[in-house]
Design a protein around this ligand. Structure first.
Ligand code: R1P
Ligand code: URA
Length: 309
């Protein structure tokens, strides 16, 4: 992207995440919620930089075992992951390693309190053409299959091919988590990145026509190793897979992995209690931080001004 396409402030900060060169480390853990970011940051030896942006991003940069690490809370959904990855890529020189530490609903034997490490991630998107209204001049209608909308309109949801995580980083994270939590509590599999918590994750309700009663069955049929559903991992893996910059670096310039705490057991309606999720973050924090600093062959481009918190 040429600089005209990079919206930055007069201070050189990206428009949405609000970081600039020297403030973000080459090793990053990204989470959904700011409280999780702060809980992880308690495991750092030292905090060098912190900024909450006007668009809901929180970046905390510090040192872990003598290595710079950033923790970035991004909120929810593919668009926020896209902002975060692209704007972070703009301000970090050299290779970038990103680990998502999120939460998910389990569609495998993993139970609330277990973790799922993503071997790959695929996208699940609502197929708007299916729901209509049909293009003018055709006879399709709302709340039924829009049969005039072409082949893509026949399914209410589109399942996109899985993109693998970085294998070395993924194995390092899975190995560390098994040591920390026990083999029985760590699962590996494909993660479905849905564009909604509701319709495209197969949650049925009567307020909207979602046509999703058989969606989870279809996911298992088309992606047999599917283990969990959430909302950001495929965008992360896709952008890592397509990363080319910065200039001079051999693509892909981003390596990515993802570990997810099971918050919902989709075989039933159970959802995690807040005290259990806080315990899980603390139990998994060092496993993930250690994998990130041990495994990633990245350079550290932190600028001394990052010390000015
Ligand atoms: C939905 O409740 C959110 O939780 C999951 C989903 O991906 C979505 O962002 O992850 P986080 O806990 O990391 O936000
Ligand atoms: N996050 C999701 O996206 N889905 C769940 O079921 C739980 C957490």
């Amino acid at each position: 992207m040429n600089s005209a396409n990079k919206p930055v402030s007069s201070e050189g900060r990206t428009y949405h995440v609000e970081t600039r060169e020297g403030e973000v480390a080459n090793r990053v853990i990204t989470v959904g919620d700011a409280a999780r970011a702060r809980a992880l940051a308690k495991h750092l030896d030292r905090i060098l930089f912190e900024r909450a942006s006007h668009r809901g991003f929180l970046t905390i940069t510090g040192m872990y075992r003598g290595v710079p690490v950033s923790i970035v809370a991004i909120g929810m959904g593919q668009a926020m992951m896209d902002f975060f990855v692209r704007e972070t890529r703009m301000v970090v020189r050299g290779p970038l390693t990103i680990v998502r530490f999120g939460s998910c609903g389990s569609i495998c034997p993993a139970k609330i309190g277990d973790l799922v490490v993503a071997s790959s991630a695929f996208a699940i998107t609502r197929n708007f053409a299916f729901f209509g209204p049909a293009p003018s001049g055709s006879s399709g209608s709302n709340n039924s299959s829009n049969s005039d909308g072409g082949p893509a309109a026949r399914e209410p949801y589109l399942l996109w091919p899985a993109v693998p995580s970085d294998p070395g980083l993924t194995q390092a994270i899975a190995g560390n988590l098994r040591q920390a939590l026990g083999d029985a509590h760590v699962y590996e599999g494909a993660v479905g990145n849905a564009d909604s918590f509701y319709g495209s994750q197969g949650r049925e309700g009567s307020d909207f026509y979602d046509a999703n009663g058989t969606l989870i069955r279809r996911i298992h049929a088309e992606q047999p190793d599917a283990a969990a559903l959430e909302m950001e991992s495929h965008m992360l893996f896709h952008l890592a897979h397509t990363s080319t910059g910065p200039a001079g670096a051999a693509p892909p310039s981003i390596r990515a992995a993802c570990a997810l705490m099971v918050y919902a057991d989709r075989a039933g309606n159970a959802f995690i209690a807040p005290e259990t999720s806080a315990r899980m973050v603390n139990a998994a924090a060092r496993a993930i931080l250690d994998a990130l600093v041990d495994d990633a062959p990245t350079q550290d481009g932190l600028h001394p001004s990052a010390g000015a918190v």
